[in-house]
Design a protein around this ligand. Sequence first.
Ligand code: NDP
Ligand code: KPL
Length: 345
Amino acid sequence: MKLAVMGAGSLGTIIGALISKNGYDIDLIDVNKEHVYALNTKGATLVGHLNETIPVKAILPSEMKEKYDIVFLLTKQLHNQSVLEGLLPYLKEDGTVVSLQNGIPEEQVASIVGKSRVVAGTVNFGATWKSPGVSELTTEYEAFKSNAFDIGELNGQITERIHTIQKILESVGHTEIKENLVGAKWFKLLVNVTMSGLSTALGCTFGGVLDNKVALTSAVHIMDEVIRTAKAQGITFIEMLGIDFNQLQVTDESQIPHRMQLLTYAFTPQRSLKASMLQDLEKGRKTEIDYINGVIKAKGLQLGVDTPFNNLVVDLVKKAEETQQLPVFEENIKYFEELLNSKGK
Ligand SMILES: NC(=O)C1=CN([C@@H]2O[C@H](COP(=O)(O)OP(=O)(O)OC[C@H]3O[C@@H](n4cnc5c(N)ncnc54)[C@H](OP(=O)(O)O)[C@@H]3O)[C@@H](O)[C@H]2O)C=CC1
Ligand SMILES: CC(C)(CO)C(=O)C(=O)O
């Protein structure tokens, strides 16, 4: 079985290396020449909550030769059209693309490679690319090992191929097959919209959001907007940490302190996480904001759900992209404070 990771960056380096270590034949495909060279000559060096160097085979997209059975898609969504069009000649007729990106990219992926060749999943840990050949695991080891991926078929069926993919991903960490894949993707979207989007807009870690009353109250409202948008489409989130997020819509102001407590409980173990979108801003790059908070803004508009907190996150992140200035917490928190005051919240 011939495997590939398409986009061996922060996550792809770790995932590709650990699958390779388990004896699978996997190519780590990436456009960064220096990174590809370092991976081939020195191996993949995993740091942070991991500490090992693993021999891997890395190639540039222009060096693809063989056809792949399974490709783990780990480039940023911004590049999906060109990445997938380039991959098409190298994907077997009965091959599969495992879309592991944040957001809800499956429709677009399917429109390029064909619906029957797509399965999807969520990555439940964080990683940061450090330098050529080196990637850092930013989630604590136990949390990473015990809850690495949720995966599933788009139609929720339990098939032989989803079991095969589960077995491969178990090389990295615990992998659950979800019949409610849409609910799993939307739960990850809720996390990304609420915590990654807001922390990026404020230029802080997840802990920075939890430690500030205005930020945490805003996070509750952002989460509420996601829940309302999901509900309007008939989407049911999977449960996480025994919490049913479907029940957390804010119908009365008095519920806000309880929601703040729940967010603190759920994300305290992730305090040190820095959203991948903030890492993009630090590198002077465009973020996936259109595919994360932008999805809620667009769907909210379409479905008649008001999403002012989420729209503010989109505006602030886009401003940072355009001006190439990193968000400053003390400046941007004022916009959220104004929004809270204007709503009398
Ligand atoms: N990092 C994290 O903690 C998490 C990220 N995710 C999601 O996973 C996905 C990947 O994220 P992440 O690993 O952070 O992203 P990175 O940007 O770190 O990695 C993507 C890699 O793909 C490379 N690349 C760009 N264009 C191409 C191309 N045409 N062909 C092959 N490789 C290409 C990039 O090279 P170059 O940098 O030179 O452009 C980079 O090395 C995203 O959707 C993200 O939202 C999900 C959970 C956690
Ligand atoms: C929440 C986090 C950090 C890890 O799952 C992530 O998905 C991201 O910021 O891209």
